[in-house]
Design a protein around this ligand. Structure first.
Ligand code: ADP
Ligand code: MG
Length: 396
């Protein structure tokens, strides 16, 4: 599906001042950025705007401040410095967002300049989409650009607000994310194989429901598989399970059958007597899980089956690990499936915080076609929901 909103390409930014909401919500340890993926992801749009001769004002949230004022450990200064380091551009930073100091710094922005404002969430009103916040941010610039895909599902002041006052368009990251994640429902190269795992059916029901509409094969793994086993009448011992969701799981299986989407469930599992690093795994068939055992990973037969299915695919979408990948001995299923995807020529799209962490842990990130930078936002797209931030932009 083509992106239906205007992007920075569709508006004349030369000599104009642009305020851009980016997602610089980076992980920090002792004031040092431990993963700069999000800063890197914003660079193409920043570069484009600079080359076009726009003056650039950047804003973002970082962490979860109380909203009662500045919190030194959640300043955006390290992100501004990282941007300077990665691009070689001169990047200015002002330790203010809504006050006189920020207004003056924004007023001084010239074509080609880059200014980073302080954390937008130091003021509580931002999260509530207060019109005063929106008006203030819009007053700094001529054009609003949204490139913060990771927060595009939140109707907050810095995400949707300025669009009410000044022309609002998408940046390249937002465009690419929305294009990629909605494209798997529009016209995926087939066979389209979806791999869904993780802990709970309840948190993924919308994802499963929508994927069944589009995928040729849906592979299910992780903790959620056990609720599906219950729907099939198997016992699952002490495995993660959601009794209240058994009926919905059963409905999903029926829906898939009606839609011609083939569902693969584990045929064997690595089970243990308790959850922990020191737990000893043994392999049992899915119909033979003892009462005092819990499933921690897909078993070797399942792994082979899943890897084979993935190898046949032209498009793979993956969300949710196949097992408790945080513990090495239960990461094997997740790793094998990840490698099968990485080694294939298919278009591979990965979404979800823990799935991305797993891919990074295995060092396979650069072998995937697209790794979504948004956790919640990517899930909402895959559920088929519209993102408020995108809705607020000008139609193309
Ligand atoms: P994502 O963030 O990629 O959307 P989820 O948050 O849904 O993924 O699920 C990730 C979590 O699921 C991981 O912490 C992992 O340990 C857990 N998980 C996977 N398989 C199991 C299992 N068999 N039992 C318990 N937890 C599991
Ligand atoms: Mg998660």
């Amino acid at each position: 599906m083509a992106f239906t909103k205007k992007t920075v390409r569709d508006i004349d930014v030369a000599g104009k001042k642009v305020i851009m909401r980016v997602d610089f919500n980076v992980p920090l340890k002792d004031g040092v950025i431990t993963d700069d993926t999000r800063v890197r992801a914003a660079i193409p749009t920043i570069q484009y705007l600079k080359e076009q001769g726009a003056g650039i004002i950047l804003m973002s949230h970082l962490g979860r401040p109380s909203g009662e004022g500045p919190e030194p450990e959640l300043t955006l200064k390290p992100a501004a410095e990282k941007l300077a380091e990665l691009t070689g551009y001169d990047v200015k930073f002002v330790d203010d967002t809504y006050g006189e100091k920020a207004a003056e710094a924004c007023a001084a922005v010239k074509p080609g300049d880059i200014l980073v404002l302080e954390n937008v969430r130091f003021l509580k009103a931002e999260k509530k989409n207060d019109p005063e916040v929106a008006k203030k941010l819009a007053s700094y610039a001529d054009i609003f650009v949204l490139d913060a895909f990771g927060t595009a599902h939140r109707a907050q002041g810095s995400v949707v607000g300025p669009a009410e006052y000044i022309p609002a368009v998408a940046g390249f990251l937002l465009e690419k994310e929305v294009d990629t994640l909605t494209g798997i429902f529009a016209d995926p190269d087939r066979p389209f194989v979806a791999v869904v795992g993780g802990s709970k059916v309840s948190s993924k029901i919308g994802v499963l429901d929508h994927l069944i509409d589009s995928a040729d094969t849906l592979i299910i793994g992780g903790g959620m598989a056990y609720t599906f086993f219950l729907a099939q009448g198997y016992s699952v011992g002490t495995s993660l399970q959601e009794p209240d969701w058994v009926e919905r799981a059963g409905e999903m299986l029926k829906k898939a059958e009606a839609k011609g989407c083939k569902i693969l469930l584990p045929v064997d599992n690595v089970v243990t007597d308790h959850f922990g690093e020191d737990a000893v795994g043994e392999v049992v068939d899915s119909t033979q899980i003892p009462d005092d055992r819990m499933g921690m990973d897909i078993g070797p037969k399942t792994t082979e089956l899943y890897c084979e299915a993935v190898k046949q695919a032209a498009t793979v979408f993956w969300n949710g690990p196949m097992g408790v990948f945080e513990i090495d001995q239960f990461a094997k299923g997740t790793e094998a499936v990840a490698r099968a995807i990485a080694d294939s020529d298919c278009t591979s799209i990965i979404g979800g915080g823990d799935s991305v962490a797993a891919i990074n842990k295995f060092g396979l990130a650069d072998k995937m076609s697209w790794i979504s930078t948004g956790g919640g936002a990517s899930m909402e797209l895959v559920e088929g929901k519209a993102l408020p931030g995108v809705e607020a932009l000008l139609d193309a």
